[in-house]
Ligand binder design. Structure first.
Ligand SMILES: [Zn+2]
Length: 399
């Protein structure tokens, strides 16, 4: 399986210049290809293949106006075509938003494959650089000199910090011992998740606080004269606050998914259509804040890693309106109703716990008949019901 080590890097001035130039070219290629794709789709209704974007890039490089594209390694330019292709596969499958144009002010990144970097004795040499990149290694039990990385992605956050994500293929870890436990998870807005066991996992409080800070810095920045010194200072503060929100969210999701995978043999979730839901303005903030897509991605790879079974049930199951005790189906249940009593068997339900119990039952039914559960490799079940073939992921799990 593939995993990645993300390290902080400290480029020299020359290296930073090379990387910034590379980022600029990657951004240009991404945006040009995206605009071209968009125009073709809207004018002629044609979907653009990866091979076509590849030819487009070749043409672009022939144009003397873009001769500077030859000044940087061609590999990250090629990789950005692959990333965009994956982004469109995810978009058409309903898993992701429409790919956006890259901004000079956002996070920048460039991916190098083996032909464009050398990893020797734990030193990282990138194409067009005259010295290895300095980085800080933070896994005392992993010797970096023994690694054989497949790709290296260099990124620069808007707050100016540099990182390298070093992807490696590793042996599959031993499956965790069976626990005999299964869990259904109802993802919510009020709580982040509610389990069929009755446990509620709230959205982390510190995240709320960090989000409020971010909003405050954004308001301050909005009051400054655009382009002024004070505006630039305020922008760095916004970027830092953003990074804090992102780190806190990632930390919360990693802790939560690790615990769920460690404690259960079978985990059942609903196949939520994130794209459809983000369009609903009321839920939008809460959903993007709680990062359900990332939650599912982490459950998928951690379940695969530790030999657990993740079952994804069809989102059209009436999980909220069905009584988990007797199966009675309510005609109506408003979003604001948090508790209800079953008219058939008299059981009093917490709306979300009842839904989680139904999700678990639906997942059990699916995995018992086995028909809809795809097997990957040996006997490990990676996912999922009613789902398109998984594309190669652009993102790689961070350890
Ligand atoms: Zn009932």
């Amino acid at each position: 399986m593939r995993t990645a080590y993300k390290v902080r890097v400290y480029p020299t001035e020359q290296q930073a210049a090379v990387l910034n130039r590379t980022f600029g070219c990657v951004r240009l290629v991404w945006n040009k290809v995206l605009a071209w794709r968009h125009a073709r789709y809207h004018a002629e209704g044609i979907k653009t293949s990866y091979a076509e974007t590849d030819r487009y890039l070749t043409e672009l490089k022939r144009n003397p106006e873009f001769a500077f594209l030859f000044e940087v390694s061609s590999v990250p330019l090629q990789q950005t075509l692959r990333h965009q292709y994956t982004a469109f596969v995810n978009f058409f499958a309903g898993r992701a938003r429409y790919p956006r144009f890259k901004s000079r002010r956002g996070r920048q990144s460039a991916t190098y494959t083996r032909s464009a970097f050398r990893w020797r004795d734990g030193q990282l040499w990138l194409a067009k650089m005259d010295a290895p990149l300095e980085y800080v290694w933070s896994w005392p039990d992993v010797d970096p000199t023994t690694l054989n990385p497949t790709t290296v992605t260099i990124s620069r956050d808007p707050d100016g910090r540099w990182y390298a994500s070093i992807a490696v293929d590793i042996d599959d870890p031993e499956p965790l011992p069976a626990t005999g436990a299964a869990v259904g998870i109802d993802l919510g807005v009020k709580d982040f998740a509610v389990l069929s066991t009755g446990e509620k996992i709230p959205n982390p409080r510190h995240l709320e606080r960090k989000l409020r800070n971010l909003a405050r810095y954004q308001r301050r920045m909005a009051r400054k004269q655009r382009g002024s010194n004070n505006w630039a200072k305020a922008r760095v503060k916004v970027a830092r606050a953003h990074a804090k929100v992102r780190d806190a969210r990632a930390d919360f999701l990693h802790k939560t998914t690790t615990r769920l995978v460690r404690d259960h043999d079978v985990i059942v979730i609903e196949d939520l259509n994130v794209r459809g839901m983000v369009r609903n303005r009321h839920l939008a903030r809460a959903i993007s804040d709680s990062s359900w897509g990332e939650f599912r991605r982490q459950l998928e790879y951690k379940a695969a890693k530790y030999g657990r079974r993740l079952v994804v049930i069809d989102r059209w199951h009436p999980t909220s309106k069905t009584c988990s005790a007797c199966g009675h189906l309510l005609a109506e249940l408003s979003l604001s109703t948090r508790h209800w009593t079953c008219p058939s068997c008299g059981t009093r339900h917490d709306r979300d716990i009842n839904a989680a119990k139904n999700i678990l039952a639906a997942g059990r039914a699916v995995s018992a008949c086995g028909a809809d559960v795809r097997h990957s490799g040996s006997s490990r079940v990676r996912s999922a019901v009613k789902q398109e073939a998984q594309p190669v992921r652009a993102g790689i799990p961070r350890l």
